[in-house]
Ligand binder design. Structure first.
Ligand code: SF4
Length: 336
């Protein structure tokens, strides 16, 4: 994976009050990258009014700020609580990216400096609950990607390693895990590697790591003592999907370490596609595949589409069949 060098950096001035903020600004100043002060990371007027066709160009910008709201959100899927953590947004451009429904064209990577405050919220929750809980980091970003810039994921893993009654979890589409292999995780961290057929990665998940590299990263993390899950997401029912997914399962079976498969848990998520994705992709990436097919899809809340039951349910049976055939040792955590 190539390291991310931003075209320009926008920063809230408060960032200079944090060690990490000073270090990042110094780093980019030495590289002659333009540093532009802003009042607030969520109100950058000159970026708000840019046209859709500048979406991928804006993905090359980096925004530094502080997170203003750090309340934990209860969850019933991959974790007990979602922790708003040190980043939101991403440098990649997956055509279906759910962040676009929240941030529209401003889905660029934002990094927040107040990590101690966020961890403090988790510690309070641990004290209050008194029971073992799972905390998800980076539901609005990809922490492995962010870690290549800040080292925040390694830091968080080591902090969680010292906490009782807490497991930390994160999902990723990136293979840059080498920095995490030496982290003192104390068995308190699980990684879910997100997979899709290589054809879909190539045509839809622009800027993310290849399937083979993601699997290699999962193996390395397992050998470093982490618990590993497979996040098959999102399932995209494009023409030829059955063959593509069967090939993917075959490859996953062949390449994952046998001991890893013994402990594997699997999450399956069918694609939700937003109208903001459709409009932005059509203008910014006109040659990319169109994922909105109203014959196969039905509305799912305002401005979002998902597969109709008569398409989705048989597909779920097929995916369950592949899991049973190729990964019989795995347990299925959920399918949505
Ligand atoms: S890697 Fe995740 S956060 Fe980044 S563009 Fe793709 S779906 Fe969005």
């Amino acid at each position: 994976m190539k390291s991310f060098i931003p075209l320009r950096v926008y920063y809230e001035e408060v960032v200079e009050e944090y060690e990490q903020g000073k270090e990042l600004l110094e780093r980019y100043k030495k590289m002659d990258i333009p540093l532009i002060p802003i009042n607030a990371h969520h109100k950058i007027e000159e970026l708000r009014c840019r046209p859709n066709k500048e979406f991928t160009k804006m993905k090359k910008y980096l925004i530094l700020g502080t997170r203003k709201t750090v309340n934990l959100t209860p969850n019933d899927k991959s974790a007990d609580f979602i922790v708003p953590f040190t980043s939101s947004g991403c440098t990649a451009s997956c055509l279906y990216c759910y962040l676009v429904c929240n941030f529209n064209t401003n889905s660029y990577l934002r990094i927040f400096m107040n990590r101690d405050e966020m961890l403090g919220k988790v510690k309070k929750m641990i004290k209050k609950s008194g029971e073992h809980k799972v905390y998800e980091l980076g539901c609005n970003s990809d922490m492995v990607l962010e870690n290549t810039i800040t080292g925040n994921l390694k830091w968080a893993i080591e902090q969680f390693g010292k906490l009782e009654n807490a497991t930390v979890t994160f999902a990723t589409k990136f293979d840059a895990v080498d920095d995490l292999l030496t982290a003192d995780h104390n068995g308190h961290t699980q990684m879910r590697i997100s997979v899709n057929p290589q054809e879909i990665i190539r045509k839809v998940e622009f800027g993310t790591s290849r399937l083979k590299d993601r699997i290699a990263a999962a193996n390395k993390m397992f050998e470093a003592g982490y618990r590993i899950g497979l996040n098959i997401a999102p399932i995209i029912l494009e023409e030829g999907w059955e063959e593509m997914y069967e090939n993917m399962f075959r490859e996953v079976k062949e390449l994952l370490l046998p001991e890893l498969k013994e402990q594997l848990f699997v999450e399956v998520i069918f694609m939700t596609y937003g109208l903001p994705n459709f409009y932005i992709n059509t203008e910014c990436m006109p040659n990319a595949v169109n994922l909105l097919d109203k014959e196969k899809m039905k509305p799912k809340g305002p401005g979002k589409y998902t597969y109709r039951n008569e398409i989705r349910n048989p597909a779920e049976d097929v995916i369950r069949g592949f899991i049973g055939k190729y990964l019989p040792e795995a347990s299925i955590s959920y399918i949505v």
